[in-house]
Design a protein around this ligand. Sequence first.
Ligand SMILES: [Zn+2]
Length: 266
Amino acid sequence: MKRICILTLVSVLLVACATSPTGRRQLMLVSEEQAISASKTAYAQTLKPLAEEGKVDNDPALKQRVSRITERLVAQAVKMRPATAKWEWSIKVIDDPEVVNAWCMAGGKMAIYTGLIEKVHPTDDEIAQVMGHEIAHAVANHQAEKMSIAMATSVGVIAVGAASDRPGLAMSGAAAAAALAITLPNSRTAESEADRIGIELAAKAGYDPHAAVTLWEKMGKVGGKTPPQFLSTHPSPANRQQMLRQLVPQMLPYYQSKEPRPVFKL
Ligand SMILES: [Zn+2]
């Protein structure tokens, strides 16, 4: 009986594989459409209590700075993958000086925490690398991949099961998996993929590719009791900084181009 279950699971996993933009095989138990729909719910429900506490977008200058950068990045993401023009892209600045984090859910729902600004002191070019990297994860469908992993592992099943069994809990199983997925570490392969796509989106949007190297250096120097959340969900692939440094010469022509930089209004 157990064997049949394992065989069934294996065959489900085999048919559930997809291919990423860089040609990598991905585990896909959740379709991208399902991930986008679940993320929409998870985003609304994650932000609601924060908004009630007055912790969303309450620094107009910072919101404007982050929006200006992400609008240029999203324009490039849409050029790279035109289907994403239909996504309901959105960026929120969450006021939490202790949280050094940023994320982009499936379907383009983004957030950046004030802790990242206050502790890392990023330049605009470095913010573009953070958000370009996050957008790259979404464009490469890593969120659906992580939701699939969340659902296929006991941790995910327990979390999703617990969420759906308790009537008092706000999120449905799929939304809970979407919320859980942004807290799971990406694989190092997914990290390399997001590094490569992210630096390109940023360079095409007019941001200095050297900032990809300095960003990770600065992130690694953030002190305090716990390392930045961003580093735990984005584990370092081997030789990350060396790999990024090697990409810089390829990216410079995009960065130095005199072409106007389009924006995608958020
Ligand atoms: Zn990452």
